[in-house]
Design a protein around this ligand. Structure first.
Ligand code: BMA
Length: 328
C-alpha cells in the first residue's frame, strides 16, 4: 500500500513507534551520547548493534547491544566492547566512530569497518570478529581524510570491495570503491557516485550510510547528503543502485531525498537535524529492511522499509548514473 505524507510525498521509511529505541540513559555506564550504530543478525537471529558511544572526554568508542526482536529488551555490554588502542594504533588517538558491519561468509567473520579519528583527520580502519568480544585489528586501510566506509559481503572477481568517501579538493566529497585481494592492500580506486552541486540536497558532500544491500537487481545503496544552510548541516538520505557484478557502475540514482529529520528526537540533540544510519538488518521475509540510525548524534532510532518498494521507487524516480569520465 502506498503511503503519502502531508505534503503528498511517498513515505518509504516508517519510523518505529518506540523511537528512540536506545538512549544514553539506557547505558550501564556513564556516557554522553549513543548514536551511529552498525547492525547485524547473529546466527541465533539476535540483532546486534555496535553503537558509537561518546563519553564526556568527547571521544568515542564502540559498544554492543543485543536484542531478540531488534527493537526492545536490549542487553548492553557492561563495559565498552571496542576501545581505541592508541598504543598499537596511534591513529585512534581521538576515538573510533561510525562502525559498519558486513558478514563475510568466506572467512566466517564479521568485518567491522570504522572511522579512526587521528590527528590528521578521520581515516578508515578494519577489524574482524566472530563474536563481537575478540577482535583482530587490521589498522588503517584508507588513510585520512576518508570515512563512511563498508565492505561488500563477498569478493567481486578475486577481490574484496570497499565503498568509502575520501575527501579530495575536486568540488567536494564523493563516494569511491577500492579493491583488495587480502583486505590489507587496496587499489583499483574508482569514483562511483559524486556529490551534486549548487542547490541540490546532496550537493558538495555525500557518503555511504549503511553497507550496500544486495538485491536481485544489484547493490542498493542508501547514502547521505549533507546540505549546508544558515543553521548548519542537514543530513538526509537518498537511494542509488549499482551493478551486482560491476559495483562501480551506477545503474540508477534518485533525484529526491527519501528520508530526513522530522521528529523532535532527530531535530534536537548534540548535532541538530541529523539522521545517520550505519546499519541494517533484513527480516526473515527477505524484504523488510530495518534501518538503524543515529538521531541528532545523541540517540538511536529505527525505521523500516520494503526493499521491493525502494527498488520500485528508484525505477520510477531514478535516472541513469552520471558519466564520471571527467571526475578526475
Ligand atoms: C559526520 C560524521 C557522523 C555524524 C555527522 C553529524 O561527519 O562524523 O558521525 O553523525 O557528521 O554530526
Amino acid at each position: 500500500m502506498l503511503h503519502r505524507d502531508q505534503n503528498g510525498h511517498e513515505v518509504l521509511f516508517h519510523r518505529h513507534p518506540g523511537n528512540p529505541i536506545l538512549s544514553p540513559s539506557d547505558w550501564p555506564y556513564p556516557v554522553n551520547s549513543v548514536f551511529n550504530c552498525g547492525a547485524t543478525k547473529l546466527p541465533d537471529q539476535t540483532t546486534l548493534l555496535l553503537c558509537r558511544v561518546e563519553d564526556r572526554s568527547g571521544r568515542s568508542h564502540l559498544c554492543a547491544a543485543r536484542s531478540r526482536d531488534g527493537f526492545s529488551g536490549w542487553v548492553i555490554d557492561p563495559q565498552p566492547t571496542l576501545l581505541p588502542d592508541v598504543a598499537r594504533f596511534p591513529e585512534e588517538v581521538w576515538g573510533i566512530e561510525d562502525p559498519r558491519i558486513t558478514y563475510l561468509e568466506e572467512l566466517d567473520r564479521y568485518a567491522v569497518v570504522y572511522t579512526s579519528y587521528s590527528r590528521g583527520g578521520p581515516g578508515v580502519s578494519l577489524a574482524l570478529t566472530r563474536d563481537f568480544r575478540n577482535f583482530e585489528r587490521y589498522g588503517v586501510i584508507m588513510p585520512p581524510e576518508d570515512k563512511d566506509a563498508a565492505l561488500l559481503p563477498r569478493r567481486i572477481g578475486n577481490c574484496w570491495a570497499l565503498i568509502h568517501r575520501p575527501v579530495t579538493t575536486w568540488r567536494g566529497a564523493h563516494i569511491w570503491i577500492s579493491y583488495s585481494p587480502d583486505l590489507r592492500h587496496w587499489g583499483s580506486h574508482k569514483l562511483i557516485l559524486r556529490a551534486r552541486e549548487g542547490g541540490w540536497w546532496d550537493a558538495n558532500k555525500i557518503g555511504l550510510s549503511p553497507p550496500p544491500i544486495e538485491t536481485a537487481e544489484g547493490w542498493l545503496m542508501i547514502y547521505h547528503g549533507v546540505r549546508q544552510n544558515a543553521s548548519g548541516s542537514l543530513y538526509r538520505l537518498g537511494l542509488a543502485l549499482f551493478d551486482s557484478r560491476t559495483p562501480e557502475r551506477c545503474l540508477l540514482r534518485g533525484d529526491d531525498w527519501v528520508f530526513g529529520p522530522e521528529e523532535l528526537y532527530e531535530r534536537q540533540g548534540d548535532v541538530a537535524n541529523v539522521v545517520f544510519p550505519c546499519g541494517f538488518t533484513l527480516a526473515p521475509d527477505g524484504d523488510t529492511l530495518n534501518l538503524y540510525y543515529g538521531a541528532a548524534d545523541t540517540r538511536i532510532a529505527l525505521a523500516t522499509a520494503s526493499v521491493r518498494t525502494l527498488l520500485d521507487w528508484l525505477h520510477a524516480n531514478g535516472r541513469p548514473g552520471d558519466d564520471l569520465s571527467d571526475a578526475w
